[in-house]
Design a protein around this ligand. Structure first.
Ligand code: GLN
Length: 313
């Protein structure tokens, strides 16, 4: 049985981890295929835990905003499911891909149906649905709006420099979009759909804000956060299952083995982990491993989960 969260012990563990990570030499490499991300200082580490009740516990650079990147795919999925329900799964699969997040080969073999919503082509289909249902005249991106409401932080921005950088270097994502258009799996304009996708990836949030915004996934579809995200307990279970099996791209199996919690990473260096019934964890450090997952964020979550005996297994 899992023990309930003890705020003092958790805070002390977070402080110890943040101190240890500050002294780490092997920090990975920043993502440089998006030029704007290459300028982020490697020397940062932040962590936060949002318990189901009470304020988040934060350590290190846990209040520094970073680019949430692929973590936005979780919020996009929540919104798309709200619009189209289970019919989404006619257009996107639910299997781990075993390939890099921006790979194009599998998509050709599988006739334009992406393996899952957390690799880029899957998230681009999800963006197509989100954009199609965006009310006319609304100028806030639905994912930004959801993040702001869940984190109770209306100041959360899209980083326009990161966005411009992604648009300028986004040919591979546009290629995925055009390929799926040719296969009939994108309905909108590929430029508009990929820009909507880049915009959600460019949202900047701190560990504290992101932990608050993902806490509904630990609450089993109960409580105020679940009402904001309009998410049922069944949907929460399924999103967690997808995070566990597909959330860290082609390292998802390894991350499940090491950490034992549903996780979602992004190339900005953030990782979200869900401890069902207890709370959400977000760790951030910009240095990535060769699969695009933050080296120190994964290590920190692993240490925290083991230290406090948090696992779904
Ligand atoms: N915006 C990034 C991309 O499309 C997101 C990738 C990621 O975080 N894995 O390449």
């Amino acid at each position: 049985m899992r023990k309930p969260l003890d705020p003092e012990r958790t805070q002390a563990t977070l402080n110890e981890i943040a101190q240890r990570m500050a002294g780490e030499v092997n920090r990975g490499e920043v993502a440089d295929y998006i030029p704007e991300l290459a300028d982020v200082s490697l020397n940062q580490f932040g962590i936060a835990v949002a318990p189901l009740e009470g304020p988040p516990l934060v350590a290190g650079n846990g209040d520094v905003p970073f680019s949430i990147q692929s973590i936005s795919k979780v919020f996009g999925l929540v919104i798309a499911l709200e619009h189209v329900g289970a019919t989404l799964w006619r257009r996107v699969g639910r299997e781990p891909s075993g390939d890099p997040f921006n790979s194009i080969v599998q998509l050709e073999f599988e006739r334009g149906k992406p393996r899952n919503p957390f690799i880029n082509p899957g998230a681009i289909v999800v963006s197509d649905i989100v954009l199609e249902h965006q009310p006319d005249g609304s100028d806030t991106h639905p994912v930004l709006d959801l993040c702001r409401r869940l984190a109770d932080a209306p100041e959360i921005p899209v980083d326009e420099d990161v966005f411009a950088s992604e648009v300028a270097t986004g040919d591979r994502n546009r290629a995925l979009g055009y390929f799926m258009l040719a296969e009939g799996n994108i309905k909108g304009d590929v430029r508009a759909v990929t820009e909507s996708y880049f915009r959600q990836c460019s949202i900047a949030m701190s560990c504290r804000q992101l932990a608050k915004a993902t806490r509904f996934l630990a609450a089993g579809g109960e409580g105020q956060d679940a009402k904001i995200a309009a998410v049922t307990s069944e949907r929460v279970r399924r999103i967690n299952a997808l995070m566990m099996t597909c959330g860290c791209y082609d390292a998802s199996g390894e991350v499940a083995f090491r950490i034992g919690l549903p996780c979602k990473s992004g190339v900005g260096g953030g990782v979200v982990a869900i401890v069902p019934g207890i709370g959400s964890i977000v760790a951030w450090s910009p240095g990535l491993d060769e699969k695009g997952n933050s080296v120190l964020a994964l290590r920190a979550i692993e240490e925290l989960a083991h230290g406090l005996d948090w696992s779904v297994f």
